[in-house]
Write a protein that binds this ligand. Structure first.
Ligand code: XUL
Ligand code: CO
Length: 438
């Protein structure tokens, strides 16, 4: 094992009263919540790009954190050092999954053949590291947004040559995902959208994106990939308008092009809020459509209008997330910390503090969500609220056995309906607060 994080021991659960910053206060891997161990409810994943790559560069300044790990950035030695450091990090936190883009793993070469050779070499190295551990890939993806060739899109590009490069990257990223035991494969359409409709044929672009996804499914299944493909919705950034705006839009797209059997959604908290929804909203929309696949666990900042990718600390949101996940019967994917330290949090210890914060926030959210469900008052209220549909004319509506004529006759007889009853929002919010802060 590498010893980059000298002096940082295995991170253990010490309980809520602990003041040890290098201990979990709520995440207790083997603790059973609603019949399942915490670690089974919460398959956490490390995001290769943020944790091992992001060094604090922003639009106004260069890196504030040193992520060279003793090597020259941009070399294969550095790529391997990232593997060593990443595995030391995951082991010390008890994290069993990682997520990657192809070019998070290796520096991209000018010639795609050389990039692919590097990917083969590095994935062999990762495979070696995986031996004797429980660590494996949660999902892989291809970075089809960074290279200038994708300035007009990847699947949505106007250039067939660029489209072929996107396809080649997807093919290779799928190979590596399968090789590393990945549960899923993600499409996040960072450049799939438009800046102006004056130069854009939306229908044409969406058809081409769908074709790329269809080919990915065909190829993936042909090499033995049995996991889920995911779309990760985001409304904007970097594009002014991205096609996969939110969960509902992505679901409509998947159904329109017959991709809904192979695809689910990877819902990112900060993307949902950028779309003007709550995180909980996009989780619910995915879940009721049978498409809640995986989660990018982070949070945004309501005062900033961009994707800040912060480590989640808002317990109300993690609770409501876990409430949706528990109600959906769990997810087949996992919880990927698509999150980065704030620019001034620039030490190796901060990398641990970020993950401890995120893992504890979700563990506490899980416990609180379970309590809300076990308490039963919220569920009971919702059931009662719709109970009018359990009998009489309501039942006929649910069963589809009535008509506008019958309903109009019914209304005419009633003359005037009774009040549908209070929504009791404040009462329900008080219940949640009393459980959160008991
Ligand atoms: C960008 C984002 C990506 C995807 C994978 O906002 O979330 O990192 O998760 O491409
Ligand atoms: Co993401």
């Amino acid at each position: 094992m590498s010893d980059f994080f000298k002096g940082i021991e295995q991170v253990k659960y010490e309980g809520p009263k602990s003041t040890n910053p290098m201990a979990f206060k709520y995440y207790n891997a083997d603790e059973v919540v609603m019949g399942k161990k915490m670690k089974e409810h919460l398959p956490f994943a490390m995001a290769w790009w943020h944790n091992l790559g992001a060094n604090g560069v922003d639009m106004f300044g260069s890196g504030s954190a040193d992520k060279s790990f003793g090597q020259i950035v941009g070399t294969m030695e550095h790529a391997k050092a990232k593997v060593d450091v990443g595995f030391e990090f995951m082991k010390k936190l008890g994290i069993e999954y990682f997520c990657f883009h192809d070019i998070d793993l290796v520096p991209e070469a000018d010639d795609i053949n050389e990039t692919n050779r590097r990917l083969d070499e590095l994935s062999d190295y990762i495979l070696e590291k995986m031996k004797g551990t429980n660590i494996k890939c949660l999902w892989g993806t291809a970075n089809m947004f960074g290279n200038p060739r994708y300035m007009n899109g990847a699947g949505s590009t106007n250039s067939p040559d660029v489209y072929a490069f996107a396809a080649a990257q997807v093919k290779k990223a799928l190979d590596i995902t399968v090789k590393l035991g990945g549960r899923g494969y993600v499409f996040w359409g960072g450049r799939e959208g438009y800046e102006t409709l004056l130069n854009t044929d939306v229908k044409f672009e969406q058809e081409n994106i769908a074709s790329l996804m269809k080919m990915a499914v065909e190829y993936g299944r042909s090499i033995g990939f049995t996991g889920d493909f995911y779309i990760e919705p985001k409304p904007k950034e970097p594009m002014k308008h991205q096609y996969d705006f939110d969960a509902a839009t992505a679901i409509g797209f998947l159904r329109q092009y017959g991709l809904d059997k192979d695809f689910k959604l990877n819902i990112e908290a900060n993307h949902a809020t950028l779309a003007g929804h709550t995180f909980q909203h996009d989780l619910r929309i995915s879940a009721i459509n049978g498409m809640l696949g995986s989660i990018d666990a982070n949070q945004g900042d309501m005062l900033l209008g961009w994707d800040t990718d912060e480590f989640p600390f808002n317990i109300y949101d993690t609770t409501m997330c876990m409430y949706e996940v528990l109600k959906a019967g769990g997810i087949t994917g996992g919880f990927n910390f698509d999150a980065k330290n704030r620019r001034p949090s620039n030490t190796p210890e901060d990398m641990f503090y970020g993950y401890i914060l995120g893992m504890d926030s979700f563990a506490l959210g899980l416990k609180k969500a379970a309590q809300i469900i076990e308490d039963g008052r919220v569920d009971a209220f919702v059931k009662e609220r719709y109970s009018g549909f359990e009998s009489g004319i309501g039942k006929k509506v649910r069963e589809g056995t009535t008509s506008l004529v019958e309903l109009a006759e019914y209304a005419a007889q009633l003359k005037k309906p009774q009040s549908p009853g209070s929504g009791r929002q404040e009462y329900l919010e008080s219940i949640v607060n009393s459980i959160l802060f008991e």
